[in-house]
Design a protein around this ligand. Structure first.
Ligand code: SF4
Length: 470
């Protein structure tokens, strides 16, 4: 089954791709599936049942808000931040949705059921949407699964996907390496040849530069916003505090001028590390505050790839063109797709190794590609970055994408830099572990991981760190 590497990046809204964007998309699909004559058969209400990890951490991840938005016909990729913030401030008081002129009862407090400890078959993040008539009888029912990275599948789609063998050339590092050695084509040429079945190069460039633009705005906004993050943990934003220490007395009027200003100054080792942290943290503070972010490959891990892109653009002695940004994202996207198809990018299925581990691996590969490493070094960097995230659990405190998530993006970015430097200084022919082996190991580790550590907030930091909820 051929897939585009561009699919791994989605413009959306925080704080979670699987618990916010996925349910938003599922609610949109349900809204669109309600067709004549069901709406006219005395349709009266919508009920949503959430299972597995969604039932445990959906509240902290904004799942209720996302479902309301999807049922109401809003789109995560295009909604204006001001409208989103406006609805967010009063959505708990809303008690109906309107579909094609029909008013249906729906309140996030009374029409969403959290079935904690219960699972649907196929995937932990199951959702059942029900349309009831005015007497409470079922008219229509649809089941969806949020399978990570904002992707949603029905039961039939999951069954179909698992029965189709992925024979695409991009399905493994080995098949790409073999193709490269047989044809002499570069990694970018191989990716573009694969992508040509979906889009022209111009379309790819437009899409990826738009993705980059959202990443840049997100980091810029995060570096210029102070305050307390929502959700009740009273986590104070740190990116701006760090930023202002690193760039005192600066003057610029937009994000691109900001980058130039950062680049114009010298930094010591500690300050360089601080900048990488600052970029990563800024994006994930925006994510935690329901800001507009790019899933890369998820929202919880959205800060790693922008941090490395901005590191290249501001802190390395490398002049980047639009082409370089496009190539970085193509390579990172390729590696993300390998994990999606060979393992998982869902924390509910594989813990944080599937989020921060994958984003770090993607970023390491993109960094080596930009620095002129060989195809083998690109895959070696991706392998090293994941090798040292294997087994990383997901245990968000109070079910919010804040602790440990925000700092973890900074650590994932630093590991990506270390992995890239190790690979650039190594002979990949002497490597003992391949990227394909590490992806397989990540998936097997995911399957052995206790559910407590797969985005349920039932173990680890989530139970040992007790902080008051407001
Ligand atoms: S701990 Fe990791 S996987 Fe879990 S919500 Fe946070 S960033 Fe995502």
């Amino acid at each position: 089954m051929a897939v585009s590497v561009l699919e791994i990046f989605k413009i959306g809204v925080g704080p979670s791709s699987s618990h916010t964007l996925g349910p938003w998309e599922a609610a949109t699909r349900f809204r669109n599936s309600i067709i004549y004559p069901n709406l006219t058969r005395k349709a009266g209400a919508v009920i949503v049942d959430l299972y597995g990890s969604l039932a445990h951490t959906g509240k902290g991840h904004g799942t209720d808000f996302a479902i309301l938005m999807g049922l109401s016909g809003y789109h995560a990729a295009s909604i204006e931040q001001s409208l989103l913030s406006n609805i967010l401030s009063g959505y708990k008081g809303l008690n109906e949705i309107i579909i094609e002129g029909t008013h249906l009862q729906f309140s996030v407090d009374t029409h969403i059921n959290l079935w904690k400890g219960q699972h649907l078959p196929f995937h932990s993040n199951g959702m059942v949407f029900k349309l009831l008539n005015t007497e409470g009888h079922l008219i229509q029912e649809e089941t969806y699964y949020s399978v990570g990275g904002g992707f949603v599948q029905s039961k039939e789609e999951i069954r179909h996907a698992s029965s189709v063998l992925d024979t695409s050339i991009i399905s493994s590092a080995k098949s790409i390496t073999d193709a490269h050695r047989a044809s002499g084509k570069s990694l970018i040429e191989i990716i573009l040849e694969h992508e040509s079945q979906f889009h022209t190069y111009e379309e790819i460039k437009i899409q990826l530069l738009e993705i980059y633009g959202v990443m840049l705005s997100c980091a810029h906004d995060g570096c210029h916003t102070l305050g307390i993050l929502p959700g009740g943990l009273f986590v104070e934003r740190r990116a701006k505090l760090k930023h202002d220490k690193l760039l005192p007395g600066s003057s610029y009027t937009n994000a691109r001028e900001w980058l130039k200003e950062i680049r114009s100054r010298p930094y010591n080792f500690r300050q360089t590390i601080d900048w990488v942290s600052c970029f990563a943290i800024s994006v994930n503070e925006q994510n935690a505050a329901f800001g507009k972010v790019v899933t890369a490959p998820t929202n919880g891990a959205a800060g790693v790839i922008p941090a490395i892109l901005l590191y290249i653009q501001t802190l390395l002695e490398v002049d980047t063109t639009e082409e370089d940004i496009v190539h970085f994202l193509l390579i990172a996207g390729l590696v993300g797709q390998m994990y999606k198809h060979g393992a998982t990018i869902s924390a509910a299925a594989g813990g944080c190794q599937a989020e921060i581990g994958v984003s770090s691996s993607m970023a390491a590969a993109g960094l080596v590609g930009t620095l002129g490493g060989t195809l083998e070094q690109v895959f070696m960097a991706a392998e090293i970055a994941m090798e040292h995230h294997l087994g990383l659990t997901c245990d968000p405190v109070n079910g919010l994408v804040q602790i440990p998530c925000i700092e973890r993006n900074s650590i994932g970015a630093m590991k990506a830099i270390t992995a890239a430097q190790l690979a650039m200084d190594s002979d990949p022919m002497k490597a003992k572990v391949s990227l394909d082996q590490v992806i397989k190991s990540m998936w097997e580790t995911a399957q052995d991981m206790n559910e407590k550590y797969r985005e349920t907030s039932l173990g680890g930091l989530a139970i040992n760190v007790t902080l008051p909820e407001c």
